[in-house]
Design a protein around this ligand. Structure first.
Ligand SMILES: [Zn+2]
Ligand SMILES: [Zn+2]
Length: 277
């Protein structure tokens, strides 16, 4: 950990997420091998519908594949996060009773009431079941995003340009500014989509007055930044490649900079609901 890190992360935190990413990559590559796809122009669809693709393009997940992913991910959590192991055992004991098709639908809807009910029935804290359900679904979302990736990365006219993922509708967890052209791309850790956004604009409220938009960093590290909006008190982390190394793994960059999220929260900023700007 760099000496500039002002907050101590729980032991093994970054390592755990590196294992998570490796696991997800492996499953994603297996899914990719199985699928046949043709590149599709997302821009045309998005301009017509003005909403994320997942809301109107079929997202088909094989329930058997998902149940295997869910259980494999549960075993990974059991192995790597000792504190959760007892709870994960309970999930594994009930594996035949879980409705995986419903789990997929509820996970996509982020249906807290469903996971609360599951907590009541099983005694397993909601956040553990949700962690497993969501992370197990991500490789499938990445496969869904694949045909659209090319067109989205070339959306130079910012025809989407909103603060939510054009593929799955999730809020981004971080953005980066490219070294060679200074353009800013938001990153979705659910489906790994990157899409362009105005450099100087709040992703939550659309505010673009320079006076009320700023960023802060921690001493000795100019590349990892926190963009904040004084109008809605929203923040988003940003990695500026022009001030550090070009870095392609935004998933790990996001995990390694969790201390910036803690600092942002301490200063009164949060992740707001986007109003689609
Ligand atoms: Zn997404
Ligand atoms: Zn704002």
């Amino acid at each position: 950990m760099s000496k500039a890190t002002p907050v101590t992360l729980p032991e093994g935190f970054v390592e755990f997420y590196k294992d998570v990413e490796t696991w997800q990559n492996e499953l994603f590559f297996r899914l990719k091998k199985k699928m046949t796809f043709q590149k599709q122009d997302a821009i045309e669809l998005l301009q017509r519908e003005e909403r994320p693709l997942i809301e109107f393009v079929d997202f088909e997940v094989d329930t058997e594949d998902y149940s295997q992913a869910f259980l494999a991910f549960a075993r990974l959590v059991k192995e790597k996060r000792e504190k959760a192991a007892g709870f994960v055992d309970r999930i594994l004991e009930m594996q035949d009773k879980l409705d995986y098709a419903e789990m997929i639908a509820r996970t996509l809807e982020n249906d807290l009431a469903f996971f609360n009910k599951l907590e009541e029935a099983t005694g397993v804290p909601r956040n553990i079941t949700m962690l497993i359900a969501q992370h197990a679904l991500r490789p499938f979302l990445r496969a869904f995003a694949l045909p659209f990736e090319d067109s989205l990365s070339h959306d130079e006219g910012l025809s989407w340009g909103k603060g939510v993922c054009p593929v799955c509708g999730a809020l981004p967890s971080i953005s980066r500014v490219r070294s060679h052209d200074g353009r800013r791309f938001l990153f979705c850790e659910e489906c790994f989509t990157e899409w362009e956004h105005r450099y100087l604009a709040c992703i939550y409220c659309g505010n673009d007055e320079p006076k009320t938009l700023k960023y802060f960093t921690v001493e000795g590290d100019d590349a990892n930044q926190v963009f904040v909006c004084e109008k809605c008190k929203g923040y988003l982390k940003n990695y500026d490649e022009r001030k550090g190394k070009a870095r392609s793994d935004m998933f790990i960059t996001n995990i390694q900079t969790i201390y910036l999220d803690l600092l942002a929260e301490q200063r009164g900023y949060g992740h707001k609901q986007s109003d689609f700007n």
